[in-house]
Each structure stands twice: as C-alpha cells, then as structure tokens.
Design a protein. Sequence first.
Length: 368
Amino acid sequence: MPENGKRKHVEYPAPRQGVDWGGLGFGFTTRDTVMVVAKHEKGEWGPLKAEPYGKIPLEPASTILNYGQGIFEGVKAHRTRKGRIVIFRPQANAQRFDTSARQFLMPAMPEDLFLAGLSMVVRENASWVPPCGEGELYLRPLLMGVGPDLGVQPSSEYLFVLYAAPVGKYFKGPGARLKMIHEQHRAAPGGVGHIKCVGNYAPCFEAQRDAKKEGFSDVLYLDTRCEYIEEAAASNFFCLTADGLLSTPELGSILPGITRDSILKLARHLIKREKAGEVGITGNTNLRSVKEGQVSVSTALSASEAFLTGTGAGIVPIMHIQPGTRTSRSSDYPSPGPLAELLSKMLNDIRLEDAPDSFGWLYDPFDP
C-alpha cells in the first residue's frame, strides 16, 4: 500500500466464464493454470518464474524421493464483497514455512520472496478465483530437495514450486462425522507433527479410507496413550464445555493451524469485549474462557458442541464422534453449535470485508 495509506485503483480480473463454480469440491480440477518456481543452488535463491502448470524434472536420487525432504503449505485467496482479490494471512504461512524448512535443514525462504511468489501465482491465475462466496483459490507452496545426493544428508539443491487450484467446500453436508482412532497415531512427542512435511499425511490414508467406508467424514487422532485428543487428519479440533470453556489441544505434536490461531484470537476478543461491558456480544454461546491444553476424550465426548478448523476445511461443525472400539458411547452435537456459528460468521465477515479487518489479516496481491 502507498505511504499515504490510500490504495491505488486496481482492476481485478473477473472470474472466467463457463465454470460451474457451485459444483466445485475440494479437489484438483484443472491444469489450465500457471505455476511459479524458483531454484536454490550454490547457497542462493534464484528468481521467481511463472510457467504453465506441468511436470517438473526430478532425478531418481533426489532427496525428496529417497528421504522425504519436502515441506508444503496451504493458503487461500478469495474475492471480497468490495470486489478485491485477497490472500488470507499469508505472513503466518511464511513463518510456518520457515519453521518447517529449518527443521528439515532446508534453506530458509525470505518472507518477502514467499509473499512475492504467492502474489505472482494469484495474479497469474486471477480468473480462477471463484466469484465472491462461491469458493476460493487454493495455493500450494512446495519446497523439495532435488539434488542427487545418495547419502542420508540434506540436499545440495532445492526447488520451490507454487501452484493453484479453485476449490469449494472440504467437507460435504451439515457437519463432520468423526471416528476416533486408537490403533494408529498421527504424531508423537519429539516428532514432526508440528510441521507441514510431506510424510505426515500418507499414514492417514488407510484410516480415512476405512472410516469413510463406514460413513464417517474423517478420523480423529489421539495422543500415544489414547487419553487426549490431538487432531483430525488435516484439521485442528475445538470443543466447548457445558461451563463455557473453549478448549483446543496444545501445540507440540500437532500442527499450529492458522485458522486455529484465528479462532483463538476471535474468541479471546469476544471475551475481552464482553468483560469491557458489551452486553450480549457472545450471544447464546455460553463462551466464558479459552484454553490451549490437554483435551481428554471424556471432555470432548461430553462437550456441548465441537468443531474443526483448517485452511482447507474452514470452520466445520462436528455433528458426531464415535470413540471406536474402546467404548460404545458415542456423542452427537448441534451442527452448527451457537459458538461455531458465531465464530464462523465473524471470520467470514472479516474475510469478505463485511466487517473491518482489525487484525490485519487480508493481503492484497495486486496492491501489497
């Protein structure tokens, strides 16, 4: 934005014609897009380049194929009611991407280069941003070790690839039906569950497939002792107790979700406003306090409502949790519950510019 604080006049490209935007799910539907790539060689990042979406060269000896030295992110761009195309909280994605890269001894990507790549891919694919309220453009940054390094060691070369895909809702229906998994664990203390690396998700495939065959939407993972909730396969977990405590599992072995962080900020903001004298600001939600910490299975099953959060999923009410084989008691929840509905509206109002962006979450790739 210019130093005088006034935005320049920008002509945002319109959505392309002939697309069934309402029929989009969360999937890869077109290759008619542009991707952005950059190479890291001899200790330096090369320039960002826009290329038609397509295959990338990989040697059989590359570390991404042999040792899984790869990380990624999930970001979304969307249209607002003011006609702008914006990206939601990309600076937070840049920070998480940097954390993941350092954990895997990969070259750090400067935030300005990461944001420039996101801005470029959105501008190049602007016609694939769905109409306001009909979906988003999902952005997937990847960083891969591509050097031919046979020994168990960090790669000598890296490739940054950023592609885009128009998407709709992640979960279908009014809410998610979850099956708790006791036989498998997504992550463990001291592991890499807190970073977005390529190896964290394939182990979920079998459990998800089996759960979906039984009519569930997703699986819900527990800690290694099967006493506390961790997260769903690709979403963070929240629940509201009968006495008004909004709880979510503490960070450590789970992914520090950006939507999770946004919901925590909104919930604490609501409580602060109510304590400041804004009567009725929390409505009929019964929200009293917020906790990041251990969430026991019994707390989750006795909660008054529960929901999932994620970049892909957004805010998804949970309508049912089946504990699996350890106990026969399952739980049903309102879908959506009053708090999930209120927080979802608050978040969407900011995203769509129906409410002021008081947290500074919207980033304009056409007028950064």
